[in-house]
Design a protein around this ligand. Structure first.
Ligand code: NDP
Length: 451
């Protein structure tokens, strides 16, 4: 075990040296490597330096960076940067979303792409890992500006993607509207109706039922599974949910369906606490229809809701927590607050929203902690089901897709739980998810030779 730890520590140092100024990527790699020592000890073929498995796994197969020029409504030209990191295709075509947000850089895309490899492996479906995006900020832009940006972005991206090669989807700042513009430009340039090239499409033109809901629904189902192991359920519990985008909205929806009471939502300016529980119809109207801010929800909701612009959402007492906005949004101090408020479970709807220190504190306090790789895998799982439907040129009913999603989330929970037990860390879903995902990818890579 000591040899395994030394080898992993040397690998980590070398990866950080070769990828300077990419803190989020370092964090994601460190978190996986820290859990692999028992696997290396049990399966020496994974650790054999002569095979360089981890060196290959942490180096993307391909990284594409490109210029995205576009014109605003006044005729002014802007230049953004586009990215697609095709990280690992041992299990299937690269699969992972596109993020449009000013904070996007190559390190952020690599962290997301690296996480995606293990998440996709955990679903048990045939999809590799990739991620992309741009530092473009769609907030405050007109539909016409977003369309011109998406068309310019796809004018370069189209030569790198395809239903058997690389299949992007949405992420922060990329929802149904953006996928529509991207798909239209792909179809125009290639003269192909290749539905399986993008997922998250509209219901009438190749999209899957339940795809918009899948990540949030899946995160709640994962929390329900964690509670079930402890003889508890979500029914009657209060919940703190961060974010107010795709993942947060459908986390709130599924919590309400299962009898829980979500009390909060947030955006990058502040958060709302609603003592009566979130009015989802009003929140969807503000966010999905008007593309407004959560402060507007509080103004219109009446006396039960208040808007807080300078506090921590995790100060709101609740039984379960669903960080569903962005990376590193829940830190050590927030974890201490949650623990002192008696939190039972934390399920990561977002990618890497909980800092390593916070994860450690929550686990030490016995809180059930579902890492994003497992808990938010429902979105990519239904994306893979969308690809299956596209390949067969059929559309499944919402009921069928939802049943498939529920089965996949149960199976991800089971494999993470059982793997953690098998390696002597019962209840540690971080280790369980990392190891189970790693084993599946590693075995495929070893079987396929030095690629
Ligand atoms: P959206 O763009 O729909 O929503 C993002 C939400 O998070 C918005 O409310 C946004 O507020 C808020 N937010 C973004 N940055 C910050 C910040 N720095 N501080 C506070 N709030 C912030 O994105 P999604 O809901 O799709 O994605 C949310 C998370 O879930 C991301 O981590 C994403 O990677 C992850 N995820 C998404 C999947 C999907 O299927 N969509 C699948 C798996 C994971 P504002 O409008 O002010 O920016």
């Amino acid at each position: 075990m000591k040899d395994s730890k030394d080898r992993l520590e040397a690998l980590r140092a070398e990866i950080e040296r070769r990828n300077p100024a990419q803190p989020e990527f370092h964090q994601a790699v460190r978190e996986v490597l820290e859990t692999l020592a028992p696997v290396f000890a049990a399966r020496p073929e994974y650790a054999d330096p002569a095979v360089a498995l981890v060196e290959r796994l942490t180096e993307p197969e391909r990284q594409i960076v490109f210029r995205v020029p576009w014109q605003d409504d006044r005729g002014r030209v802007h230049v953004n940067r586009g990215y697609r990191v095709e990280f690992n295709s041992a299990l299937g075509p690269y699969k992972g979303g596109l993020r449009f947000h000013p904070s996007v850089d190559i390190g952020v895309v690599k962290f997301l792409g690296f996480e995606q490899i293990f998440k996709n492996a955990l679903t048990g479906l045939g999809i590799g890992g990739g991620k992309g995006g741009s530092d473009f900020d769609p907030r405050g832009r007109s539909d016409a500006e977003v369309m011109r940006f998406c068309q310019s972005f796809m004018t370069e991206l189209h030569r790198h993607i395809g239903e058997h090669t690389d299949v992007p989807a949405g992420d922060i700042g990329v929802g149904g509207r953006e996928i529509g513009y991207l798909f239209g430009q792909y179809r125009r340039i290639t003269n192909r109706w290749e539905a399986g090239v993008l997922t998250g499409k509209g219901a009438g033109w190749g999209g899957s039922a339940i795809r918009p809901q899948a990540t949030g629904y899946g995160s709640v189902l994962f929390a329900a599974e964690m509670l079930k192991v402890r003889g508890e359920s979500l029914d009657g519990l209060s919940a703190v949910v961060s974010g107010s985008g795709n993942v947060a909205l459908y986390t709130i929806e599924k919590l309400q369906q299962l009898g829980a009471n979500p009390l909060t939502c947030s955006d990058s300016h502040g958060y709302v606490v609603d003592d009566k529980g979130i009015d989802l119809a009003l929140l969807k109207q503000v966010k999905e229809v008007e593309r407004g801010r959560v402060s507007e929800y509080a103004q219109r909701r009446g006396s039960s809701a208040r808007y807080v612009s300078d506090g921590r959402i995790w100060d709101v007492p609740a039984d379960v927590a669903f960080p569903s906005a962005t990376q590193n949004e829940l830190d050590g101090q927030d974890a201490r607050t949650l623990i002192s408020n008696g939190i039972k479970a934390v399920s990561e709807g977002a990618n890497m929203p909980t800092t390593p220190q916070a994860v450690r504190l929550l686990q030490e306090a016995g809180v059930a902690f579902g890492p994003g790789k497992a808990a938010n895998a429902g979105g990519v799982a239904v994306s893979a089901l969308e690809m299956s439907q596209n390949a067969a040129r059929i559309a499944w009913s919402a009921q069928r897709v939802e049943e498939e999603l529920a089965g996949i989330m149960r199976s991800i929970h089971a494999v993470a739980y059982e793997t953690a037990e098998r390696y002597g860390t019962p209840g540690d879903y971080v280790a369980g998810a990392n190891i189970a995902g790693f084993e599946r990818v590693a075995d495929a890579m070893l079987a396929q030779g030095v690629i």
